[in-house]
Design a protein around this ligand. Structure first.
Ligand code: GTP
Ligand code: SPV
Ligand code: MN
Length: 600
């Protein structure tokens, strides 16, 4: 009976967890689906669900000769990115969520969403998706169950997480799994809310089927709730890629880097060193999220909680990111890219011209010369990390990898130089906390506006931002051998509005200096704002950049810094009473130092 809690008996024999069965029965009684499907994660199940999705028009099969096992999904055109203004932290008090988050009282949020969830899955299949964030068997890992009425979400979760029976085997009889409830409803922006209940380890998301709004393990669990647990349990949940650099001598160094959404994490994590760096290799551990804990050796150890990549398509080519192009050759779900007549994918920046007869991301014939893009600027690929030719051997390691350097980097046309090393941990936290970046298509709203995006966590910190800064400062005392902290900017522009630094693989030159500095192998020059490479420290040989451009990319202009520091005041004021004094002092000291230097 679809309308009664008798769904309890629908659970297959391999589902033994009573708390789970009870919860699923309660949700089914509320949402009243026609059918409940428990996901076991098998290949057979994937094939059946894919067939269903194709039959329903949710997935369009791509050319099996060109993209075996791959599909295109076109989302509702009103649902193409995260919606920050509809994302809420639902803590008992507003102060816990803090001034940078939208807040709703838990009771209010539950009752508001419950109204829409009541009968919200009528006539539809309700999927129960057990998943693990983190390697199976790792003490770092967390188990979630996402209930969803979207087969597209199920198939994405199967790529992005360790999904299926393995998660329930790991959970055993424990009742403390994350409870995620997701329903697309009629995909109406007027009925779209993404609500987090940290005290209840619960996420309710309605009205969107897209990315971080709907794949609840990713931004909702791994970052917003993750950060909330991390501050209580003395670890860090961060919007960071993790990569390993191997020198020709075989020395391996691991680095974690926080860049805001659509600011280069996937690309940096898969970097192919230029010819000049023969013998150097970069391996991907993760491309979006890092969970980091202090190890028994006193170092900071990181795992990637995800198992796949939900990567930005536009700009991806064999020139910019050959490893990503290999990764998406097969078994990939593409969302909102353009479709060529021979059923392959196309987007702005991919290799080659757009073929005649290409359909745009909404399925309309593309009119060449049109002001609109053929692929949506936030179009994405979902691909298993196992496809990545430069996947680190440690990507699935329950222990993770030891981090020697942390990098913060925004998208800034001015002010921020190519690379900067902080003087110490506190100064590094200040650099991260005051990071600015231009907004991108990864979130709904205007793009290209500079905003403060501390540690690339503005949309993902699940509690009061001032307390988050305090947590970062406090972590220094917990890490006997802390990583060194750096800041980079691949996006500085010249007077002609073009990028000064070629980026992508050439970022290896900067990464090498960072690794050398972190290991104490090379010098640097002290400036008022941090350490920078001395003339000649960055190996530029075999590279196409004029010395004027390089100088402009690395320049520290004290006038620009003066206005940067003025801009930080507004943000500090917004954080208010929880803003740590240590960070305010960093800013004041820098203002004083710049004033003194300019006074002559
Ligand atoms: P999310 O998945 O949204 O968190 O994004 P991300 O941080 O992983 O960004 P990604 O690597 O997908 O890059 C986003 C956009 O920036 C793409 O269009 C890239 O082509 C572009 N990009 C990445 N690295 C560089 C770089 O070094 N220089 C320049 N100019 N552009 C870059
Ligand atoms: C981001 O916006 O940072 C992403 C894409 O990685 S989403 O999963 O939609 O959050
Ligand atoms: Mn991201």
């Amino acid at each position: 009976m679809a309308n009664s809690p008798s769904h309890n008996s629908d659970a297959p024999a391999w589902v033994q967890n009573d708390a789970l069965k009870t919860w699923v029965a309660e949700v089914a009684a509320l949402t009243k689906p026609a059918k409940v499907h428990w996901c076991d994660g098998s290949v057979d199940e994937k094939n059946r669900l894919t067939e269903d999705a194709v039959a329903a028009g949710v997935l369009i099969p791509l050319n099996p000769k060109k993209r075996p096992g791959s599909y295109l999904h076109r989302s509702n055109p009103n649902d193409v990115a995260r919606v920050e203004q509809l994302t809420f932290i639902c803590t008992p008090t507003r102060d816990e969520a803090g001034p940078t988050n939208n807040w709703m009282a838990p009771d209010e949020a539950y009752s508001k969403l419950r109204k829409h969830l009541d009968g919200g899955m009528k006539g539809r299949t309700m999927y129960v998706v057990p998943y693990v964030m983190g390697p199976l068997g790792s003490p770092f890992s967390k188990i979630g169950i996402e209930i969803t009425d979207s087969v597209y979400v199920v198939l994405n979760m199967r790529i992005m997480t360790r999904m299926g029976r393995a998660a329930l085997d790991m959970l055993g009889a424990a009742p403390d799994f994350n409870r995620g409830l997701h329903a697309v409803l009629d995909c109406n922006p007027e009925r779209r809310w993404i609500c987090h209940f940290p005290q209840d380890n619960t996420i309710w998301s309605v009205g969107s089927g897209y990315g971080g709004n709907a794949l609840l393990g990713k931004k909702c669990l791994a970052l917003r709730l993750g950060s909330y647990y991390a501050v209580r349990e003395n670890w860090l949940a961060e919007h960071m890629l993790i990569l390993g650099v191997e020198s020709p001598e075989g020395q391996k160094t691991y680095v974690a880097a926080a860049f805001p959404s659509a600011c280069g994490k996937t690309n940096f994590a898969m970097l192919i060193p230029p010819r000049r760096f023969a013998g150097w290799k970069v391996f991907t551990v993760g491309d979006d999220i890092a969970w980091m804990r202090v190890g028994s050796d006193g170092r900071l150890w990181a795992i990637n909680p995800e198992a796949g990549y939900f990567g930005v398509a536009p700009g991806t080519s064999t020139k910019s990111n050959p490893s990503a192009m290999k990764t998406i050759e097969r078994d990939t779900i593409f969302t909102n890219v353009a479709l060529t007549p021979d059923k392959d994918v196309w987007w702005e920046g991919i290799d080659g011209e757009m073929p005649e007869g290409t359909l745009d991301w909404q399925g309309r014939p593309y009119v060449k010369g049109s002001a609109e893009k053929a692929a949506h600027p936030n179009s994405r690929f979902t691909a298993p990390m196992a496809n990545n030719p430069v996947l680190s051997r440690h990507a699935d390691d329950p222990e993770g990898v030891p981090i020697s350097a942390i990098i913060f980097g925004g998208r800034r046309a001015t002010t921020i130089p190519l690379v900067l090393q902080s003087f110490n941990w506190t100064h590094g936290v200040y650099l991260g906390a005051t990071m600015g970046s231009e907004t991108t298509a990864a979130a709904a709203g205007k793009t290209g506006v500079v905003r403060r995006d501390p540690m690339a966590m503005l949309p993902f910190c699940g509690y009061n931002m001032g307390n988050y800064f305090a947590h970062w400062l406090k972590m220094r005392g917990q890490i006997p051998l802390p990583p060194k902290i750096f800041m980079v900017n691949w996006f500085r522009k010249g007077a002609d509005a073009s990028f000064l630094w070629p980026g992508y693989g050439e970022n290896m030159r900067v990464l090498k200096w960072i690794v050398d500095r972190a290991l104490g192998h090379t010098g640097g020059q002290e400036t008022l704002v941090g350490w920078v490479p001395r003339e000649g420290d960055l190996d530029l040989s075999g590279m196409d950049i004029s010395s004027e451009k390089f100088r402009a990319a690395t320049a520290i202009d004290l006038d620009e810094w003066k206005s940067e520091l003025a801009g930080q005041q507004e943000f500090f004021d917004k954080i208010g009473p929880t803003m740590p004094a240590a960070l305010k002092l960093q800013r004041e000291m820098l203002i004083a130092a710049i004033d003194a230097a300019r006074a002559k």
